[in-house]
Design a protein around this ligand. Structure first.
Ligand code: IPM
Ligand code: MG
Length: 365
Protein backbone atom coordinates (compact mmCIF):
# COMPACT_ATOMS: atom_id res chain seq x y z
CA UNK A 1 0.00 0.00 0.00
CA UNK A 2 1.34 3.45 -0.95
CA UNK A 3 1.65 5.71 2.02
CA UNK A 4 2.04 9.49 1.90
CA UNK A 5 2.71 11.94 4.68
CA UNK A 6 0.62 15.11 4.38
CA UNK A 7 1.36 18.03 6.70
CA UNK A 8 -1.89 19.71 7.72
CA UNK A 9 -1.56 23.42 8.53
CA UNK A 10 -5.03 24.56 9.61
CA UNK A 11 -4.03 28.22 9.86
CA UNK A 12 -6.29 30.92 11.27
CA UNK A 13 -9.89 32.16 11.09
CA UNK A 14 -12.00 29.85 8.94
CA UNK A 15 -8.92 27.63 8.35
CA UNK A 16 -9.78 24.80 10.76
CA UNK A 17 -13.41 24.64 9.54
CA UNK A 18 -12.60 24.33 5.86
CA UNK A 19 -9.63 22.02 6.50
CA UNK A 20 -11.94 19.56 8.31
CA UNK A 21 -13.93 19.23 5.07
CA UNK A 22 -10.79 18.78 2.99
CA UNK A 23 -9.61 15.88 5.13
CA UNK A 24 -13.00 14.13 4.73
CA UNK A 25 -12.25 14.03 1.01
CA UNK A 26 -8.78 12.64 1.63
CA UNK A 27 -10.21 9.89 3.84
CA UNK A 28 -12.54 8.75 1.09
CA UNK A 29 -9.83 8.85 -1.58
CA UNK A 30 -7.48 6.87 0.67
CA UNK A 31 -10.05 4.21 1.37
CA UNK A 32 -11.05 3.49 -2.19
CA UNK A 33 -7.55 3.66 -3.67
CA UNK A 34 -5.85 1.57 -1.03
CA UNK A 35 -3.47 4.38 -0.18
CA UNK A 36 -2.65 5.73 3.20
CA UNK A 37 -2.53 9.47 3.80
CA UNK A 38 -0.79 9.98 7.09
CA UNK A 39 -2.07 13.38 8.21
CA UNK A 40 0.42 15.34 10.31
CA UNK A 41 -1.16 18.42 11.93
CA UNK A 42 1.26 21.30 12.51
CA UNK A 43 0.66 24.71 14.13
CA UNK A 44 1.04 27.61 11.66
CA UNK A 45 0.00 31.24 11.49
CA UNK A 46 -1.26 33.65 14.13
CA UNK A 47 -2.75 30.80 16.17
CA UNK A 48 0.72 29.22 16.31
CA UNK A 49 2.21 32.50 17.45
CA UNK A 50 -0.18 32.62 20.41
CA UNK A 51 0.22 28.93 21.31
CA UNK A 52 3.91 28.41 20.49
CA UNK A 53 5.45 31.89 20.43
CA UNK A 54 6.26 31.64 16.71
CA UNK A 55 4.01 31.74 13.66
CA UNK A 56 6.09 28.98 11.97
CA UNK A 57 7.43 26.99 14.95
CA UNK A 58 10.43 24.66 14.63
CA UNK A 59 8.24 21.60 15.21
CA UNK A 60 6.08 22.60 12.23
CA UNK A 61 9.16 23.06 10.06
CA UNK A 62 10.27 19.54 10.99
CA UNK A 63 6.84 18.12 10.09
CA UNK A 64 6.78 19.95 6.75
CA UNK A 65 10.34 18.82 6.02
CA UNK A 66 9.37 15.17 6.25
CA UNK A 67 5.97 15.50 4.54
CA UNK A 68 5.40 14.40 0.95
CA UNK A 69 3.06 17.36 0.48
CA UNK A 70 1.68 20.19 2.59
CA UNK A 71 -1.95 21.21 2.79
CA UNK A 72 -2.26 24.70 4.21
CA UNK A 73 -5.32 26.66 5.31
CA UNK A 74 -5.54 30.46 5.19
CA UNK A 75 -3.66 32.57 7.72
CA UNK A 76 -3.93 36.06 9.16
CA UNK A 77 -5.89 38.19 11.59
CA UNK A 78 -7.97 41.31 11.25
CA UNK A 79 -5.97 44.53 10.88
CA UNK A 80 -6.55 45.40 14.54
CA UNK A 81 -5.79 41.94 15.94
CA UNK A 82 -2.59 41.76 13.87
CA UNK A 83 -1.17 44.59 15.93
CA UNK A 84 -0.93 42.19 18.91
CA UNK A 85 1.87 40.37 17.07
CA UNK A 86 5.30 41.89 16.36
CA UNK A 87 5.64 42.92 12.70
CA UNK A 88 8.08 40.20 11.66
CA UNK A 89 6.12 37.49 13.43
CA UNK A 90 2.77 38.38 11.84
CA UNK A 91 1.70 35.30 9.94
CA UNK A 92 2.26 36.69 6.43
CA UNK A 93 5.87 37.74 7.07
CA UNK A 94 6.61 35.26 9.86
CA UNK A 95 5.08 32.08 8.45
CA UNK A 96 3.82 32.22 4.87
CA UNK A 97 6.79 33.88 3.17
CA UNK A 98 9.27 31.70 5.14
CA UNK A 99 7.29 28.61 4.03
CA UNK A 100 7.55 29.71 0.39
CA UNK A 101 11.23 30.47 0.79
CA UNK A 102 12.06 27.26 2.67
CA UNK A 103 10.71 25.04 -0.11
CA UNK A 104 11.46 27.45 -2.94
CA UNK A 105 7.89 27.07 -4.21
CA UNK A 106 8.43 29.30 -7.21
CA UNK A 107 5.52 28.12 -9.34
CA UNK A 108 2.09 29.15 -8.15
CA UNK A 109 -0.89 27.81 -10.10
CA UNK A 110 -4.16 29.68 -9.61
CA UNK A 111 -6.99 28.35 -11.72
CA UNK A 112 -9.87 30.70 -12.46
CA UNK A 113 -12.58 28.24 -13.32
CA UNK A 114 -16.18 29.28 -13.82
CA UNK A 115 -18.23 26.52 -15.42
CA UNK A 116 -21.79 27.47 -16.38
CA UNK A 117 -23.14 25.91 -13.20
CA UNK A 118 -21.27 28.49 -11.12
CA UNK A 119 -22.06 31.44 -13.38
CA UNK A 120 -24.72 32.79 -11.01
CA UNK A 121 -21.97 33.63 -8.47
CA UNK A 122 -20.12 35.83 -10.96
CA UNK A 123 -20.73 39.58 -11.22
CA UNK A 124 -20.02 39.38 -14.98
CA UNK A 125 -22.85 39.51 -17.50
CA UNK A 126 -23.95 36.25 -19.16
CA UNK A 127 -22.69 37.35 -22.58
CA UNK A 128 -19.20 37.83 -21.14
CA UNK A 129 -19.27 34.47 -19.36
CA UNK A 130 -20.55 32.66 -22.45
CA UNK A 131 -20.02 28.91 -22.06
CA UNK A 132 -17.87 29.47 -19.01
CA UNK A 133 -14.46 30.83 -18.06
CA UNK A 134 -11.43 28.63 -17.59
CA UNK A 135 -7.92 30.04 -17.41
CA UNK A 136 -4.95 29.64 -15.14
CA UNK A 137 -2.69 32.26 -13.65
CA UNK A 138 0.89 31.14 -13.19
CA UNK A 139 2.47 33.43 -10.66
CA UNK A 140 6.18 33.48 -9.82
CA UNK A 141 6.12 33.08 -6.06
CA UNK A 142 9.56 33.49 -4.52
CA UNK A 143 11.08 36.52 -6.24
CA UNK A 144 10.34 40.12 -7.12
CA UNK A 145 9.27 42.76 -4.63
CA UNK A 146 8.25 40.21 -2.03
CA UNK A 147 11.77 38.87 -1.56
CA UNK A 148 13.93 41.74 -2.86
CA UNK A 149 16.17 43.95 -0.80
CA UNK A 150 14.31 46.15 1.70
CA UNK A 151 15.60 49.24 3.40
CA UNK A 152 13.93 51.80 5.60
CA UNK A 153 15.43 54.76 7.41
CA UNK A 154 15.89 58.51 7.45
CA UNK A 155 17.37 60.14 4.37
CA UNK A 156 19.75 63.12 4.13
CA UNK A 157 16.82 65.52 4.23
CA UNK A 158 15.67 64.01 7.50
CA UNK A 159 12.67 62.36 5.82
CA UNK A 160 11.55 58.79 6.49
CA UNK A 161 12.10 56.69 3.38
CA UNK A 162 11.62 53.17 2.16
CA UNK A 163 13.30 51.30 -0.64
CA UNK A 164 12.03 47.90 -1.80
CA UNK A 165 13.46 46.34 -4.89
CA UNK A 166 11.95 44.13 -7.54
CA UNK A 167 14.69 41.57 -8.11
CA UNK A 168 14.95 38.71 -10.58
CA UNK A 169 17.82 36.98 -12.25
CA UNK A 170 17.43 35.24 -15.58
CA UNK A 171 17.40 31.73 -14.06
CA UNK A 172 14.45 32.61 -11.85
CA UNK A 173 12.56 33.89 -14.87
CA UNK A 174 13.58 30.95 -17.05
CA UNK A 175 12.28 28.30 -14.67
CA UNK A 176 8.84 29.88 -14.30
CA UNK A 177 8.73 30.49 -18.05
CA UNK A 178 9.30 26.76 -18.64
CA UNK A 179 6.47 25.89 -16.27
CA UNK A 180 4.20 28.32 -18.10
CA UNK A 181 5.10 27.06 -21.58
CA UNK A 182 4.71 23.43 -20.47
CA UNK A 183 1.27 24.26 -19.10
CA UNK A 184 0.27 26.14 -22.26
CA UNK A 185 1.47 23.23 -24.38
CA UNK A 186 -0.89 20.87 -22.55
CA UNK A 187 -3.82 23.29 -22.93
CA UNK A 188 -4.71 25.65 -25.79
CA UNK A 189 -1.12 26.50 -26.77
CA UNK A 190 -1.55 30.21 -26.11
CA UNK A 191 0.46 31.94 -23.42
CA UNK A 192 -0.29 35.47 -22.26
CA UNK A 193 2.86 37.00 -20.83
CA UNK A 194 1.91 39.79 -18.43
CA UNK A 195 4.44 42.60 -17.98
CA UNK A 196 5.03 46.33 -17.62
CA UNK A 197 8.04 46.74 -19.87
CA UNK A 198 7.06 50.29 -20.88
CA UNK A 199 8.21 51.32 -17.39
CA UNK A 200 9.96 48.54 -15.48
CA UNK A 201 13.37 47.19 -16.45
CA UNK A 202 12.51 44.01 -14.57
CA UNK A 203 9.81 43.45 -17.19
CA UNK A 204 12.25 44.11 -20.04
CA UNK A 205 14.48 41.26 -18.81
CA UNK A 206 11.42 39.14 -18.05
CA UNK A 207 10.16 39.51 -21.64
CA UNK A 208 13.58 38.77 -23.11
CA UNK A 209 13.80 35.50 -21.22
CA UNK A 210 10.21 34.57 -22.12
CA UNK A 211 11.13 35.03 -25.81
CA UNK A 212 14.29 32.93 -25.40
CA UNK A 213 12.45 30.08 -23.71
CA UNK A 214 9.70 30.34 -26.32
CA UNK A 215 12.13 29.20 -29.00
CA UNK A 216 11.89 25.71 -27.51
CA UNK A 217 8.09 25.82 -27.79
CA UNK A 218 7.38 26.73 -31.42
CA UNK A 219 3.82 25.44 -31.16
CA UNK A 220 2.91 27.83 -28.32
CA UNK A 221 1.83 31.33 -29.32
CA UNK A 222 3.05 34.06 -26.94
CA UNK A 223 0.96 37.18 -26.53
CA UNK A 224 2.61 40.00 -24.57
CA UNK A 225 0.10 41.95 -22.53
CA UNK A 226 0.64 44.96 -20.28
CA UNK A 227 -0.47 44.27 -16.73
CA UNK A 228 -2.81 47.27 -16.51
CA UNK A 229 -4.49 46.32 -19.77
CA UNK A 230 -4.74 42.73 -18.54
CA UNK A 231 -6.71 43.99 -15.53
CA UNK A 232 -9.18 45.66 -17.87
CA UNK A 233 -9.54 42.69 -20.20
CA UNK A 234 -10.02 40.26 -17.33
CA UNK A 235 -13.34 42.08 -16.86
CA UNK A 236 -14.21 42.79 -20.48
CA UNK A 237 -13.17 39.57 -22.16
CA UNK A 238 -11.71 36.99 -19.79
CA UNK A 239 -12.40 34.14 -22.21
CA UNK A 240 -9.48 35.24 -24.40
CA UNK A 241 -7.09 34.01 -21.69
CA UNK A 242 -6.00 30.42 -21.18
CA UNK A 243 -2.57 30.47 -19.49
CA UNK A 244 -1.17 33.71 -18.06
CA UNK A 245 2.31 34.04 -16.58
CA UNK A 246 3.58 36.92 -14.46
CA UNK A 247 5.89 38.04 -11.69
CA UNK A 248 4.99 37.76 -8.03
CA UNK A 249 3.25 41.06 -7.25
CA UNK A 250 1.33 41.22 -10.54
CA UNK A 251 0.19 37.68 -9.82
CA UNK A 252 -0.95 38.55 -6.33
CA UNK A 253 -3.16 41.33 -7.65
CA UNK A 254 -4.52 39.73 -10.82
CA UNK A 255 -5.28 36.45 -9.08
CA UNK A 256 -7.50 38.28 -6.62
CA UNK A 257 -9.19 39.82 -9.63
CA UNK A 258 -9.67 36.24 -10.80
CA UNK A 259 -11.58 35.65 -7.57
CA UNK A 260 -13.64 38.73 -8.39
CA UNK A 261 -14.55 37.22 -11.76
CA UNK A 262 -15.76 34.07 -10.03
CA UNK A 263 -17.71 36.13 -7.52
CA UNK A 264 -15.63 35.08 -4.52
CA UNK A 265 -12.07 34.36 -3.50
CA UNK A 266 -13.65 31.37 -1.79
CA UNK A 267 -13.66 29.72 -5.22
CA UNK A 268 -9.87 30.03 -5.69
CA UNK A 269 -7.69 27.05 -4.74
CA UNK A 270 -3.97 27.03 -5.58
CA UNK A 271 -0.82 24.95 -5.85
CA UNK A 272 2.66 26.20 -4.94
CA UNK A 273 5.31 23.99 -6.45
CA UNK A 274 9.03 23.90 -5.72
CA UNK A 275 11.82 21.67 -6.97
CA UNK A 276 11.39 19.15 -4.14
CA UNK A 277 8.27 20.08 -2.22
CA UNK A 278 4.83 21.45 -2.96
CA UNK A 279 2.19 22.98 -0.80
CA UNK A 280 -1.47 23.64 -1.55
CA UNK A 281 -3.58 26.49 -0.21
CA UNK A 282 -6.67 28.58 -0.87
CA UNK A 283 -5.74 31.93 -2.44
CA UNK A 284 -7.88 33.81 0.04
CA UNK A 285 -7.37 35.04 3.58
CA UNK A 286 -8.67 33.65 6.86
CA UNK A 287 -11.91 35.69 6.86
CA UNK A 288 -11.87 36.33 10.64
CA UNK A 289 -15.23 38.10 10.39
CA UNK A 290 -17.05 34.87 9.54
CA UNK A 291 -14.84 32.39 11.42
CA UNK A 292 -16.48 29.83 13.70
CA UNK A 293 -19.96 30.23 12.18
CA UNK A 294 -19.80 27.33 9.73
CA UNK A 295 -20.85 29.57 6.84
CA UNK A 296 -17.62 29.55 4.80
CA UNK A 297 -17.57 27.46 1.67
CA UNK A 298 -14.73 24.91 1.67
CA UNK A 299 -14.47 24.88 -2.16
CA UNK A 300 -11.00 26.50 -2.27
CA UNK A 301 -9.66 24.08 0.35
CA UNK A 302 -11.19 21.01 -1.29
CA UNK A 303 -10.01 22.31 -4.69
CA UNK A 304 -6.52 22.53 -3.21
CA UNK A 305 -6.84 18.85 -2.27
CA UNK A 306 -7.76 18.09 -5.89
CA UNK A 307 -4.66 19.94 -7.06
CA UNK A 308 -2.54 18.01 -4.55
CA UNK A 309 -3.94 14.67 -5.74
CA UNK A 310 -3.07 15.57 -9.31
CA UNK A 311 0.25 17.32 -8.89
CA UNK A 312 1.85 15.52 -5.92
CA UNK A 313 0.30 12.06 -6.02
CA UNK A 314 -0.41 11.40 -9.71
CA UNK A 315 -4.09 10.77 -9.02
CA UNK A 316 -5.47 12.76 -11.90
CA UNK A 317 -8.72 10.81 -12.24
CA UNK A 318 -9.58 11.26 -8.60
CA UNK A 319 -8.72 14.96 -8.86
CA UNK A 320 -11.18 15.35 -11.74
CA UNK A 321 -13.85 13.58 -9.75
CA UNK A 322 -13.37 15.93 -6.80
CA UNK A 323 -13.97 18.93 -9.09
CA UNK A 324 -16.95 17.18 -10.61
CA UNK A 325 -18.42 16.38 -7.19
CA UNK A 326 -18.21 20.03 -6.14
CA UNK A 327 -19.80 21.25 -9.39
CA UNK A 328 -22.57 18.76 -8.99
CA UNK A 329 -23.39 19.95 -5.44
CA UNK A 330 -23.69 23.51 -6.77
CA UNK A 331 -25.70 22.26 -9.75
CA UNK A 332 -28.23 20.79 -7.31
CA UNK A 333 -28.82 24.33 -6.06
CA UNK A 334 -26.86 24.22 -2.81
CA UNK A 335 -24.73 27.05 -1.53
CA UNK A 336 -23.22 28.40 1.66
CA UNK A 337 -24.11 31.80 3.16
CA UNK A 338 -20.70 33.36 2.40
CA UNK A 339 -21.25 32.92 -1.34
CA UNK A 340 -24.87 33.93 -1.36
CA UNK A 341 -25.99 37.20 -2.86
CA UNK A 342 -29.39 38.79 -3.02
CA UNK A 343 -31.29 37.19 -5.85
CA UNK A 344 -29.52 33.84 -5.67
CA UNK A 345 -32.16 31.33 -4.86
CA UNK A 346 -29.99 28.65 -3.27
CA UNK A 347 -30.59 25.89 -0.73
CA UNK A 348 -28.39 27.20 2.05
CA UNK A 349 -26.13 24.72 3.85
CA UNK A 350 -23.27 24.96 6.34
CA UNK A 351 -19.54 24.43 5.78
CA UNK A 352 -19.70 20.83 6.92
CA UNK A 353 -23.01 20.31 5.11
CA UNK A 354 -21.25 21.24 1.88
CA UNK A 355 -18.29 18.99 2.70
CA UNK A 356 -20.63 16.07 3.44
CA UNK A 357 -22.55 16.49 0.19
CA UNK A 358 -19.33 16.67 -1.82
CA UNK A 359 -18.07 13.54 -0.09
CA UNK A 360 -21.35 11.70 -0.82
CA UNK A 361 -21.28 12.84 -4.42
CA UNK A 362 -17.65 11.81 -4.80
CA UNK A 363 -18.43 8.38 -3.37
CA UNK A 364 -20.86 7.88 -6.26
CA UNK A 365 -18.35 8.85 -8.99
C1 IPM B 1 -1.72 35.37 -1.56
C2 IPM B 1 -1.80 36.22 -0.35
C3 IPM B 1 -0.40 36.40 0.23
C4 IPM B 1 0.45 37.05 -0.83
C5 IPM B 1 -0.37 37.19 1.54
C6 IPM B 1 -1.24 36.55 2.61
C7 IPM B 1 1.02 37.43 2.05
O1 IPM B 1 -2.39 37.44 -0.63
O2 IPM B 1 -1.27 34.20 -1.44
O3 IPM B 1 -2.09 35.84 -2.63
O4 IPM B 1 0.47 38.28 -0.94
O5 IPM B 1 1.12 36.32 -1.56
MG1 MG C 1 -3.08 37.60 -2.59
Amino acid sequence: MDSYKVAILDGDGIGPEIMAEATKILDLIAERNQVNFELLPAPFGASAYFSHGHSFPEESKAICDKADAILKGPIGLSHEESKKIPLDMQPERGALLPLRRRYNTFANFRPVFLPKGLAHFSPLKPDIIGDGIDFIIIRELVGGLYFGNKETGINEDGKRFVNESLEYDEDQIRRIARVAFDTAKKRKKVLHNIHKSNVLKSSVLWNEVIEEVGVDYPDVEVIHFLVDAAATYLCLNPRQFDVMVMENMFGDILSDQGGGILGSLGLMPSACIGPKKAYYEPSHGSAPDIAGQSIANPYSMIGSVAMMLEMSFNMEDEAKKVWQAMQSVFAQGYSTPDLSKPGINAKMISTDGFGDLVTEELARL
